[in-house]
Design a protein around this ligand. Structure first.
Ligand code: FES
Length: 152
């Protein structure tokens, strides 16, 4: 049976019904057509599906859509409302941080939230903050270079 939920999504109040077995990442991508957050591992290991829920980066494959009742969700599509998002994207682009790009939105979401809360973060802290994000092209050096530039 579908559950009625009300939430804020990228700054817009929404109200809908969701099946109790639908995960947030599937709800966003398949039902709402918001495909910037990617689904890769599906078990909380890669960070490709990261979105902000009430300001915190969360893997959207690990939460159910019905749990979003009352939540404030920001997907990569709505990230521009956060002051650090443009800086992070620009710094990562200038560092040629990504190869295939599948992991990019997850890195951007996590890094934007982290630098919002930790301006001027040092390399070891940024490394720790990005531990949950996997790049299968193994481009970590350039990602870290971009992240450090964004932190300055
Ligand atoms: Fe959610 Fe990998 S798809 S963490």
């Amino acid at each position: 049976m579908a559950e009625p939920i009300a939430f804020r999504l990228n700054g817009v109040d929404r109200r809908t019904e969701v099946p109790p077995d639908t995960r947030l990442i599937d709800f966003l991508r398949d039902r709402l057509g918001l495909t910037a957050a990617k689904k890769a591992c599906g078990i909380g290991r890669c960070g490709a599906c990261a979105v902000l829920i009430d300001g915190r980066a969360v893997n959207a494959c690990l939460v159910m859509a019905w749990q979003m009742d009352g939540a404030d969700i920001v997907t990569p599509e709505g990230l521009e409302t956060l002051p650090h998002a443009k800086t992070v994207r620009q710094a990562l682009a200038e560092a040629n941080a990504f190869q295939c790009g599948y992991c990019a939105s997850g890195f951007v979401v996590v890094l934007t939230a982290y630098l919002r809360d930790h301006p001027g973060a040092q390399e070891q802290d940024i490394r720790a903050a990005l531990e949950g994000n996997i790049c299968r092209c193994t481009g970590y050096r350039s990602i870290l270079r971009g992240a450090m530039a964004a932190a300055r």
